[in-house]
Design a protein around this ligand. Structure first.
Ligand SMILES: [Zn+2]
Length: 101
């Protein structure tokens, strides 16, 4: 997967379209990512003890990688990613500014 943890991405579809966020976790097998503040689901938590109030917990849910675009840390634009191979190493490069990201 081209996107990894710590990347900043732009949401390009769905209800959070236009939002930006940081990848908290990547699930390469499912091709999904968890993004800070995006796709928030509310979960009701029942009180654990009598007399205690129930809580609503807001947690981000994973979204599909096809709904996001990486924001290049060099040119600050939502870009496509390419790869460059140098020796045994593989680098991600921004297709817009051609810099390593
Ligand atoms: Zn760039």
């Amino acid at each position: 997967m081209k996107i990894k943890k710590g990347d900043t991405v732009l949401i390009i579809s769905g209800k959070d379209r236009g939002k930006k966020g940081k990848i908290l976790k990547a699930f390469p097998k499912k091709r999904k990512v968890l993004i800070e503040g995006v796709n928030i689901k509310k979960k009701h938590q029942k009180p654990k003890k009598t007399g205690e109030k129930g809580q609503i917990i807001e947690k981000p849910a994973p979204i599909d990688v096809s709904n996001i675009k990486l924001i290049c840390s060099k040119c600050n634009k939502a870009v496509r990613i390419g790869y460059k191979i140098a020796g045994k190493k593989k680098y991600r490069i921004c297709k817009k500014c051609n810099k390593q990201i």
